[in-house]
Write a protein that binds this ligand. Structure first.
Ligand code: BGC
Length: 735
């Protein structure tokens, strides 16, 4: 719902003087400031001291967006009760909204492509630190919805198509953010797979699919990462709005996962007072403050439509999250200084570069065209996204995930990064932006190597209509095609120079009619402000590409798991005037699960990524343990350069379970010197072998033989072992 403001001037324009931040903790008048009590005890104590209006004030956004120093949301503190302000801000690839002086990290899809939860933790900690420095204590991240529809305009804000991978990354990021006393909000809960009709569409999904494909990452982020906030989404799930949905909020989140934190609505996703409160929504965030909570909620409590015990539970959840994460004891930097002060640091900029280096995926390297190690070459750097003018469009996506508003001057364009690095190699750089194809072709002809940087700008609020590389610039208002036909540009450059390398700055997969014509291909996603530096390090071999895909790149639109309009973007159903329905009729067959089940060869499979060195997997053993199994195997660097391999373990279940052929259940990024071998151990908890039994409302293990396959992508699994499991029932929330 956010109308994004652009630039420093706009950011300053939204700065409004507001009530002072809550005063320092006073242990005498506020006994809940006693840190020897547990977070829950402290929250209970404070709740007992609150009046009805004190409680109501905690449950809704009382001011318009951006009112409080450009933040998306603001719930003022209560000085007399020692309650600090709650300041909510976007988040996914850096501290965004109208904040300035923050680091633009690579997009979440790039972060996830690093397959490195320890790096994700570092990113989270840096994000949390910048948030605190900007006066923020609730980050509207991480985004973690399963990529069901590759055209979804927000997939770049998420972590790909596998719930296990997304769960590990989100848990690590959560722990990092909350280590800085900033509360996360996992989003957008749940089955929020498209932007088309996002305020009204119903995601019609069966319970087993919901539990297995869309919910596990939330479970992991809560249990493993300690997440204390969840954002419910705009869409409906099986006809019921997400923020008043008893199945997903009371059933899964509370009942199964035992979630003790708060649920906040997406901005404008609250649709009722009583139903929302009774079904588990704790905070209303809205463009028009207090539409359903605030005075309406107070009346509903006074009338008895919402019991006081429900309101108490809502407030308790908010306070518990604040005490658990440390917001009371370590409130963020005070305003107005925080808004004015820069939060970025050289270390964070270096981290942004490292994430981009590790998240960029080398997809093709014919004739070892890369790295560009031979000195004295002429390199043509081409394309609309190569120069500084294009950098605004490709360093990150659009919508509330955009960051930072005034940072374009800090973005290192591909041209800048390559030019600077080329000097050290004695190389010469030619440049054409591709607006005149003839100029680009002439430069390519005059060069030893041509590097074409192509991309798009995907956005919240708008889906792509297909996977063609239009280069379109999307915003909340829709997409406008770029004037340069990038497919044609790449083809013509490749025809002029056989040593053509394409760098894609896209939010997700695109079709590649020119793939056979080019020699090198890198997917750099939306790489953040260190774009050109990271790219140059990879192109010249200062860094080894170690990213792997977290989503399948299809060969054609007809291969997609989305086969009909009833699946996406949805169709109107008679009797439902609210909005269309999108049928999740592909069930469990999302992403690689679909391609494998149907025997379809994608252009590039889930988990795929090349390196400048080579690896060999050997000696797999899988042993049962008291809590599941452990897979052990060797990975050797068989090449001449140091590099990292992403070792992946997939489980194949007995066919009687009805599960897809292979599912990711463990992975590890392994750094190896040339010739070095490491033994890798991947733990497979019993849940790795379980499926969701809807009738029994539990995870069950079917007795029989299971296959554990290991390799470096979903389609390259050279090692296999079998092990048997006996029947087991695992409690709900045990994922
Ligand atoms: C988006 C959320 C975002 C919120 C606040 C909404 O439109 O869907 O992701 O956190 O705005 O900016």
């Amino acid at each position: 719902m956010r109308i994004r403001l652009c630039g420093a001037i706009a950011a300053v324009a939204v700065l409004v003087a507001v009530a002072a931040t809550a005063g320092p903790a006073n242990a005498a008048s506020c006994p809940w400031m006693n840190t020897s009590l547990s977070p829950n005890q402290r929250a209970q104590l404070l709740l007992g001291a609150m009046s009805l209006s004190d409680k109501i004030a905690m449950t809704y956004q009382q001011y318009p967006m951006d009112y409080h120093y450009g933040a998306a949301g603001y719930i003022p503190g209560n000085t007399s009760l020692c309650i600090p302000d709650l300041v909510f801000n976007d988040a996914g690839q850096g501290v965004g909204d109208a904040q300035t002086g923050t680091t633009a990290f690579p997009a979440p899809i790039a972060q996830a492509a690093s397959w490195d939860p320890s790096l994700q933790y570092q990113f989270g900690a840096a994000l949390g630190q910048e948030a605190r420095d900007k006066g923020i204590d609730v980050q509207l991240a991480p985004g973690m919805e399963t990529d069901r529809v590759p055209m979804n305009g927000r997939n770049w804000e998420y972590m790909g198509e596998d719930p296990f991978l997304a769960g590990q990354d989100a848990a690590a990021e959560t722990a990092g953010i909350q280590s800085q006393h900033v509360i996360v909000t996992l989003k957008h809960y749940i089955a929020n797979s498209q932007e088309t009709n996002r305020m009204t569409d119903s995601s019609d999904v069966d319970q087993r699919t919901l539990e297995e494909i869309y919910a596990p990452q939330y479970d992991t982020a809560i249990h493993q990462g300690g997440a204390m906030g969840v954002m419910c989404s705009y869409n409906r799930i099986n006809s019921v709005y997400s923020c008043e949905n008893p199945n997903t909020l009371k059933g899964i989140l509370d009942g199964q996962f035992g979630f003790t934190g708060f649920v906040v609505s997406d901005w404008g996703a609250t649709r009722s007072t009583v139903a929302s409160a009774l079904n588990g929504l704790d905070i209303e965030m809205n463009v028009t403050p207090g539409t359903y909570y605030g005075p309406s909620l107070q009346t509903a409590v006074e009338d008895g439509q919402v019991p006081m015990s429900t309101l108490n539970d809502m407030v308790l959840r908010i306070l518990r999250a604040m005490f658990t994460v440390g917001v009371f004891d370590h409130p963020p930097a005070a305003e107005p200084q925080a808004f004015a002060a820069p939060a970025t640091t050289p270390d964070h900029v270096a981290l942004a570069r490292e994430v981009s280096e590790q998240g960029t995926v080398l997809l093709k390297n014919q004739d070892a065209i890369l790295p560009l190690s031979r000195p004295g070459q002429t390199i043509a750097v081409l394309g609309p996204d190569a120069g500084q003018a294009g950098a605004e469009d490709e360093y990150n996506g659009e919508g509330s995930g955009h960051v930072p508003e005034a940072g374009i001057a800090l973005v290192v364009s591909p041209l800048q990064g390559i030019t600077q690095r080329a000097v050290g190699n004695g190389d010469k750089v030619l440049y054409a932006d591709g607006s005149a194809t003839a100029d680009a072709v002439a430069a390519a002809k005059a060069a030893d190597v041509a590097v074409v940087v192509a991309g798009d700008s995907e956005s919240e609020g708008t889906d792509r209509s297909n996977l063609t590389l239009t280069g379109g610039i999307c915003t909340l208002a829709g997409c406008t095609p770029q004037t340069v036909d990038q497919n044609s540009l790449i083809s013509q450059v490749a025809a002029a120079n056989p040593n053509t390398i394409v760098v894609l700055d896209t939010g997700g997969p695109v079709l590649m009619p020119w793939l056979d014509q080019i020699k090198g291909l890198l997917e750099a996603w939306y790489p953040g402000q260190e774009d050109g530096n990271a790219l140059a390090a990879l192109l010249f071999g200062d860094a080894d590409p170690s990213g792997h895909l977290t989503e399948t790149f299809p060969a054609s639109m007809s291969d997609l798991p989305i086969q009909s309009a009833s699946q996406w973007p949805g169709v109107t159903e008679s009797g439902d005037s609210v909005g269309p329905h999108s049928s999740y009729s592909e069930g469990l067959l999302v992403g690689y699960r679909w391609y494998q089940a149907r025997g379809i060869t994608p252009l590039f499979p889930f988990g795929f990524g090349l390196s400048y060195t080579s690896f060999r997997f050997s000696n797999l053993t899988v042993t049962s343990t008291s809590s599941g199994a452990v897979a052990r195997f060797n990975v050797q660097n068989t090449g001449l350069r140091a590099g990292a391999e992403v070792a992946q373990a997939y489980v194949g279940m007995p066919s009687s379970t009805g599960e897809p052929p292979n599912q990711l259940k463990g992975f590890q990024k392994v750094w190896l010197e040339p010739g070095q071998t490491k033994t890798v151990s991947i733990t497979l908890p019993e849940t790795s072998f379980a499926w969701w039994n809807t009738a029994g409302e539990q995870w069950v293990v079917t007795p029989g033989n299971y296959t554990v396959s290991v390799g470096d992508s979903s389609a390259s699994l050279p090692l296999h072992a079998t092990l048997s499991r006996t029947a087991a029932q695992l409690p709900a929330g045990a994922y």
